[in-house]
Every structure is written in structure tokens, then in C-alpha cells.
Design a protein around this ligand. Structure first.
Ligand code: GLV
Ligand code: MN
Ligand code: MN
Length: 425
């Protein structure tokens, strides 16, 4: 068996170049969806894709598809590789970008090494995976997979009051393709782990079998603003204290949970926000996740009960808005096995694992056999500028993606169970 490699310098240079786009004066990287910084990142990816000889198409929610048509164009269902290039606030350079740029590098390498394949190979950069500016997250892939309508996505209002559809038009990425304009034969997503497991266990590759369900809510607690000096403690309706109790409740709930549950309050705003005023209003977000669907539902129910009791005891008005909700996902077992075998072909150690983060793959898995490949994150740090992965691991992950794609193109996308004979490529 002849094992081929991607061009490490080309991939690492691309990662660094894209990672320099969207930095502020202090050097912080923030490329929120459909901002000017996102446009510059998108333009760069499109330019590289065209330079690689790919046909670039954009759908109405701004998803970008760089297409190597192969011998039959879209008459054959493509092999799709993808991820995202939008970022969180003060981000690292790898989250999402690694998967998109490695996908492009895999296509460049295949074009140099093998004959035109029978089916197209496409690399996608999905719109607004992070969900920081517009909720829900995984928005572009959700529309592509039919889980969310394009109209709903385009009408989403951002944390800054902007409307996604208007912003996409403004930055030149309101495309003309209908979302879902092709059906992938299979979907592959390479990503950094963003957690500590691979590093701790000294495994080079993570074969991702499943991904936890995610629940996002916004909670608004209304009490009464009042004088911080004159209002007796027993007479306050302090929305700030109520928010603190919610944070404490969620922390304890998740710490004690089995099967596991994680819970985070990532945004907290107190109003009117003055040192000498008892807060009259608190707004907070809740991100709750579990690989166990029942546990996640129980967590949501426990929070609802707690909020009801809190409202009654403290004379608060409490409202909740659901921002995003996905069930846990199991990836395709046949594809997981092919990834594992591909790692073995390259002499790399691997382990099966669950994804703690949300990914476009969880949306794509509803319409196509899908799998994810992880590489170790140094110190398990992500959504942080210190997010990093050893260059050697970045190259190994891209080579596992390459080998997996090569196998699928050579042998057919054999995904529907061990008993099914291989289909023709
Ligand atoms: C995406 O990065 C998420 O898991 O929130
Ligand atoms: Mn990501
Ligand atoms: Mn992320």
C-alpha cells in the first residue's frame, strides 16, 4: 500500500494566514459570523479554492462550497468535507478553520496524485457554526441539512441587533444556490479535540463516535431596582442575587450528574448596572450538554423547577427563551471503522471518543453518513487564544482525513452496515 501525504507547509501556512485575519489592535482574533472580518476570511478561502482549480458556489445562507467536480459532476452524490471559519470572541486559530483548510489541502493533494474520481469531492465552510452573534449555533449546516428553514436563519437577529440576511448581503455572501442543492454521499469533519482526553491518553487520533446534545436558553429575571444603602436585605427583590443562585444551582446539578451533564452560564448582564443600585434585572445564558438524551431533558426540567421556586419565593418574574436545542448524535459506525483503519495505515494510535463540542457534523449526520476525526489539543484548551495543537498532530490529522477520503473514493462509500456489499465508487 502506498501512503501519500498532504503538503505540511502549505497547510500550516494557510492556517497561520487565515488566523491573522480578524485581529484587533491588541492582537485578539474575533471573526464573528457575517462581519467584515468574516468577509475577509471568506474571501481568502474562496481565493485559495479558485487557485486550486475548484468551482466555488455559495448558497442563500452563505455556506461556501469549493467543488472538485470529478468525472460526473453533481450527477453523483459528492464526498463532502467541511467545518467552519467563523470564530468565538478572542479565539484560537484552529477551531473550525483547521477542518476547512485541511479539507482544501486534501483536495489539492488528491488532484496532484490521483485520476479524476467518479464522484465530486467538496469542501464546505458553513455559516455561523459558533452561534456567538446569531443563535442557534451550527446554523448554516442546520439549514443545509433541513433542520432549520433558510427564512428563519436569515431573519435571525444578532446580539448587536443586526439581521443575518442583511449582513450576508452586505458582505457579498448571500449566494444563489438553494441550501441542500446536493446530497452528500458521506460527510467527514476533521477538528481539534478542544478537550483533554487525547493528550491525557497519549493517543494521536480521536475517532468520534458520538456527540452530546446541546440546550441553550436565555433567562431574564426581573426584580426591583432599589437603593443599595436603604433597602433592608429582607425587603429586596435582587435580580443579581437570583442570577447568582441560578449559577450555583446549575454548577451543583452538573457536578453531581450521572450520566454526565455540563452546564455553563457564559453571559450575565445586570441592570441598571450601578455600584449603589440593587439590580432590578438580570439576563443570563445557559449552555447545558449531555451525551445522554434523558439526562439532558432531566437537567432542563430541574432548572425549570428551580426557576419556578425562585420566582415564587423571591417575587421575581422569570422568563426563558430557547436559543438552540439538539439531541445527542451517533456517527456512522462504518465510517468510524474506516477512519480507525486509516489511522492504522499511517501508523498512528487512535481511540474512540465522544465530542463535547457542537459541530456541523451533527447536522450533516441527519442527511448523510457522517464521522469526525479529532487531533489532540495542548492542555485541552479551546475557545481561548491559547488553543493549540502540535504541528505534527495537525499534519497527522490531515493525513488521516486524506487516507479516509482516498479509501472512500477507491472502495465506495460503504456505510450502511457490515452486511451490505460495497457500492461502486
Ligand atoms: C461550538 O464550538 C460549541 O460547541 O459551542
Ligand atoms: Mn468548531
Ligand atoms: Mn467553537
Amino acid at each position: 500500500m502506498q501512503v501519500i501525504s498532504i503538503n505540511p507547509d502549505r497547510l500550516l501556512t494557510d492556517i497561520r494566514t487565515l488566523g491573522a485575519i480578524g485581529r484587533d489592535e491588541g492582537g485578539r482574533l474575533t471573526r464573528l459570523a457575517a462581519t467584515d472580518a468574516d468577509r475577509r476570511g471568506r474571501d481568502t478561502f474562496v481565493q485559495w479554492s479558485r487557485a486550486a482549480g475548484l468551482d466555488v458556489r455559495i448558497d442563500s445562507v452563505g455556506n461556501i462550497f469549493a467543488i472538485w467536480a470529478g468525472r460526473n459532476g453533481l450527477d453523483r452524490n459528492p464526498l463532502l468535507i467541511g467545518s467552519h471559519i467563523d470564530t468565538v470572541i478572542d479565539a484560537g486559530v484552529l477551531d473550525g478553520c483547521y477542518g476547512v483548510l485541511a479539507g482544501l489541502e486534501v483536495i489539492r493533494t488528491l488532484r496532484e496524485r490521483i485520476a479524476e474520481p467518479a464522484r465530486p469531492v467538496i469542501v464546505a465552510a458553513f455559516t455561523n457554526e459558533e452561534g456567538v452573534r446569531f443563535a442557534p449555533d451550527m446554523m448554516g449546516s442546520a439549514v443545509f441539512a433541513g433542520a432549520l428553514s433558510a427564512g428563519e436563519a436569515l431573519a435571525a437577529t444578532g446580539t448587536d441587533g443586526a439581521v443575518l440576511g442583511e449582513e450576508l448581503a452586505r458582505i457579498g455572501y448571500a449566494g444563489t444556490e438553494t441550501p441542500g442543492f446536493f446530497r452528500p454521499e458521506a460527510y467527514l469533519e476533521l477538528h481539534i479535540e478542544q478537550g483533554p482526553v487525547l493528550e491525557r491518553e497519549a493517543a494521536e487520533i480521536g475517532v468520534v463516535e458520538d456527540l452530546q446534545g446541546i440546550s441553550w436558553q436565555r433567562i431574564v429575571i426581573t426584580g426591583e431596582a432599589n437603593h443599595a444603602g436603604t433597602t433592608p436585605m429582607s425587603m429586596r427583590r435582587d435580580a443579581g442575587h437570583a442570577a447568582a443562585r441560578v449559577i450555583g444551582f446549575l454548577h451543583d446539578l452538573a457536578r453531581a450528574a450521572s450520566p454526565p451533564l455540563v452546564a455553563t452560564v457564559g453571559c450575565l448582564g445586570l441592570s441598571p448596572g450601578a455600584i449603589n443600585v440593587v439590580p432590578g434585572k438580570a439576563t443570563l445564558t445557559v449552555d447545558m450538554r449531555s451525551p445522554d438524551a434523558r439526562r439532558l431533558g432531566e437537567g432542563e426540567a430541574a432548572l425549570a423547577t428551580f426557576l419556578g421556586d425562585l420566582a415564587e419565593a423571591g417575587r421575581f418574574a422569570i422568563s426563558t427563551t430557547r436559543l438552540a436545542r439538539t439531541e445527542p448524535v451517533r456517527f456512522d459506525a462504518r465510517l468510524a471503522k474506516i477512519v480507525e483503519e486509516s489511522a492504522r495505515d499511517l501508523g498512528l494510535s487512535s481511540r474512540r471518543m465522544t465530542s463535547g463540542a457542537g459541530h456541523d457534523a451533527q447536522m450533516l449526520s441527519a442527511i448523510a453518513p457522517s464521522v469526525m476525526i479529532f487531533v489532540p489539543s495542548i492542555g485541552g484548551i479551546s475557545h481561548n487564544p491559547r488553543e493549540d495543537t502540535r504541528e505534527q498532530d495537525l499534519v497527522s490529522g490531515a493525513n488521516v482525513l486524506l487516507r479516509t477520503a482516498e479509501r472512500l473514493l477507491q472502495n465506495g462509500v460503504q456505510t450502511s452496515g457490515p452486511e451490505k456489499p460495497p457500492s461502486l465508487p
